[in-house]
Structure formats: C-alpha cells, structure tokens
Design a binder for this molecule. Structure first.
Ligand code: AMP
Ligand code: GLY
Length: 420
C-alpha cells in the first residue's frame, strides 16, 4: 500500500523511515517533507494546514490508503476529521480529542475533574484578575498560554516582575495571538522529566519505551527553551514500579476520561511527566508523536508500523503483540548558529561517511541547486544505538563530528542524564 505522511521535521523523517521498513508499504509520500525525507518518499510543497491541497493530492494519488497526520497544528485544526469526511483513513486524533494538547485550560480541567495528578493551577481570561493573583502569589510559578504557541507559550517566573511581564505579554500585547487570551498560572514543580508516548485506539493504550528530552539550548540545561536539542531512550529513572503506577493512575484514567467526555482519543497520546518528591505528575499532554522523542523511540519498535497504525484506527490494538528493542539510543540535534533566536538558512551541509547503523534524521534541510543546505533552526538529528548508553552516546557524537556547516551547534551532554 501507499502511505502519506504530513509534516517536515525529524519526527516525520523517523516516521517515514519506519514506514520504509514495513513489508506492506510500496511507496511513501510526505507533504511537504524535507531533503532527507525526499530520499525515501515522494515530497511536494503542500502545507500541512492546506486541507484542500492535501485532498487534491490524495485524489491525484488514489493508491494512498493511509495518511499519518504528525504535527499538532493540523490535528488541532481538524485535518483528521476532514480526511475522514472525505472517505480517507487517517492516523491521529480528531479535533475534539486533539484539544487535549491544543488547550491547556481543557487539559488542566480534565485532570482536575478526573483526579489525574498535575500541578495546581488557576485559569484567567481577565487581565486585572490575573494581575491581582500574580501580585500575591508565591514564586517561582509558571505562566502558560492556553493554546498552541510553538512550544514557546510556557514561561517560568521567578518573581513578581517576571510574572507581571508574562501575563502582560500574553494577555495585553497578545504575543501569542489567540493562544494567550486565556492563561493558566501553575504551581512550579521540581523534579526530573520523562516522556511517555502511547499508541491508543481510544480503549486500549500501549506505552512505548520511555525517553528523555533536552529542551534547553545549552549544556547542563542552560539557556533558552528550544523544540528539543536531543533525546535518549530508555529512561533509567522511569522504573518498572513507576511505569505501573503511571499506567494505573495517569495513563488509563486519561484515556477513560476522554472517552467519558465524548472525545475518544485515537492516535499517539504523549504524556510529559515530572517525577516529583510527591509522585509523578503530568506536565503536559501532546496529541501526537514527540519531536525529537520519536527519533529514539519508533526505531525500537519491532512491529510493522503500518499494522500498528491501522489497528489504532480500527480499534484493534488489543490484538497486537508489541515488541521493543531495548538497546539504548541517543539522538543529538545539530542546530543552526543562533537557534532558537535568530539564525540564517541556506548554509551548505556536508556529511562524511557515517558509521554503520547511524541514522541521520533531517529536520530543517532542503536541496538548493543540487546541494544539501540548512533550512531551519533544528537541522539534523544524529541517532545511534549501543550496548550501553555510553556506547550509544559515543557513537552518536563520533558521527556528529562528520557533519559540517557554518555556525552549526549542538549540546555535548545528551545522554548524561541517563546516569543521574
Ligand atoms: P509544556 O509545554 O507544558 O511541557 O512546558 C514546557 C516545559 O516547561 C516543560 O517541559 C517543563 O520543563 C517546563 N514546565 C512546564 N510546566 C511546569 C511546571 N508546572 N513546573 C516546572 N516546570 C514546568
Ligand atoms: N519534545 C517535545 C514535544 O514534542 O513537544
């Protein structure tokens, strides 16, 4: 069968890579894709938000039997509903379920109603009320824009001045446009973060191998937040006992809560967890595969990815016997100079011969005049596995050094947290 993937990042490259390993897939399509993806899939410059463009593409390519909608924006905008209404099979939650990521007010309300452990919070739509609260609160605290804000709508405030600035920017200056009209002010949690991605057909929910992201731009978690500078999998701190506790008290209650609310969730549900001294709490839900978590999680799945996607859509996940490769895996993101603030595109990239088994997932790359060039902030994700996490790290970093472009930067400590 032929499969279409919507998206253009490292996550989508990893998804296309898994599809390329499927015995059932004869051809992969990806809109709009990137340079790396175009080596294993047919790509065309159609936006993931362009519903009519995607529909026209499907009509032009009638052998496509499955569309995987990977990014948050088209999910929140109802791309899956639209494709289904037009008679196509699509992987991902419908709009009324994607809200679990698209509205933090909704997800906090859901967790409160169903006793799912998370940080205490208040919700505001009125600036004066928010200001009154901010002026009398204990610090640090966290201010979050309600809607999708490209991962930038979360501000950790250490004092009143920072708190006032955050709500002013969101509620008065509309820095995140509609996403900031409503804000959540949340208790600051201390602990270690783990990402748990799950396949779910709305009834059965199957956690994948755990992973840990590195959101800050510089080593030792310094500097600004980014889309993610690297990941490793599995997490060592996410023990078997903890996995059971999280499954019983967070994962199952969430999926049942969505069903009870008439918002059956099908696709990948991502649990961003904080391991605090008072137990594991949910930091956030994502209605999709994580990026760059997918790069270290999906290659570990031994099952045919297409079977899993179809079972997720058809409600038969309980029939699949999942198998995972447990070898440690590390993904180091190589970024453009200046990312996440200001960076230039169009720098020529050269890649020397890589060691066997190394996967380079492309994110912001393009071909220009036959040359591979940078085309975004996060450029490549160098992914390697090994017998131990140290082996995986060493292999990933040996191969990062084979990549060259002007201004490139990367964290040197991805994977060190495994030993914390
Ligand atoms: P989110 O988009 O909600 O995951 O937030 C982005 C990042 O901000 C998280 O990965 C955490 O590192 C941090 N963060 C979010 N909420 C909290 C919180 N309540 N306490 C501490 N850190 C937080
Ligand atoms: N790695 C975090 C995310 O995908 O949102």
């Amino acid at each position: 069968m032929e499969v279409l993937v919507l998206g253009s990042g490292g996550r989508e490259h990893a998804i296309c890579y898994s599809l390329s390993k499927s015995s059932k897939v004869t051809k992969i399509h990806c809109l709009p894709g990137n340079a790396g993806i175009s080596e294993i899939a047919v790509t065309e410059n159609i936006s993931v938000m362009d519903k009519d463009g995607v529909l026209a593409y499907l009509k032009k390519n009638p052998k496509i039997e499955l569309t995987i909608v990977a990014p948050d924006d088209p999910l929140a905008d109802g791309m899956v509903d639209f494709l289904e209404e037009n008679g196509y099979k699509a992987f991902g939650p419908r709009k009324n379920a994607a809200i679990i990521e698209a509205s933090k007010a909704f997800s906090k309300w859901l967790m409160k109603k169903y006793n799912i452990p998370t940080a205490d919070y208040e919700e505001f739509t009125d600036y004066e009320e928010a200001k009154k609260y901010i002026d009398n609160a204990k610090y640090p605290l966290v201010v979050k824009a309600d809607g999708l804000a490209l991962g930038k709508g979360v501000i950790i405030c250490n004092n009143i001045e920072e708190g006032e600035k955050a709500i002013y920017e969101m509620m008065v200056e509309s820095k995140f446009s509609l996403a900031g009209k409503k804000v959540i002010v949340e208790e600051f949690l201390v602990g270690k973060e783990v990402s748990v991605l799950c396949f779910t057909d709305g009834k059965t929910i199957v956690p994948m191998v755990s992973s840990q992201d590195h959101k800050r731009v510089f080593d030792n978690d310094e500097g600004l937040n980014t889309g993610g500078m690297g990941t490793f999998s599995p997490s060592r701190i996410y023990t078997e006992d903890m996995q059971k506790d999280v499954y019983d008290n967070i994962i199952i209650p969430t999926i049942r809560a969505m069903e009870k609310e008439g918002r059956l969730f099908k696709g990948v549900l991502y649990f961003g967890l904080m391991l605090t001294d008072n137990g594991v709490k949910v930091l956030e839900y994502n209605a999709r595969f994580g990026d760059p978590e997918t790069q270290v999680v999906l290659p570990k799945m031994k099952n045919d990815f297409v079977d899993v996607c179809l079972a997720t859509i058809d409600g038969t996940l309980d029939k699949i016997n999942f198998e995972w490769d447990n070898e440690p895996m590390v993904c180091v993101i190589v970024a453009s100079g200046g990312y996440p603030v200001k960076y230039e595109k169009g720098k020529e990239i050269t890649i020397d011969k890589l060691e066997d088994g190394v996967l380079v997932f492309h994110a912001g790359t393009a071909f220009k005049d036959g040359k591979l060039v940078t085309n975004g902030g996060r450029v490549l994700g160098v992914t390697a596995s090994g017998k131990t996490m140290k082996d995986a790290q060493a292999k990933a970093y040996r191969n990062v050094e084979k990549i060259h472009f002007e201004g490139m930067h990367y964290r040197k400590d991805i994977g060190n947290k495994y030993y914390d």
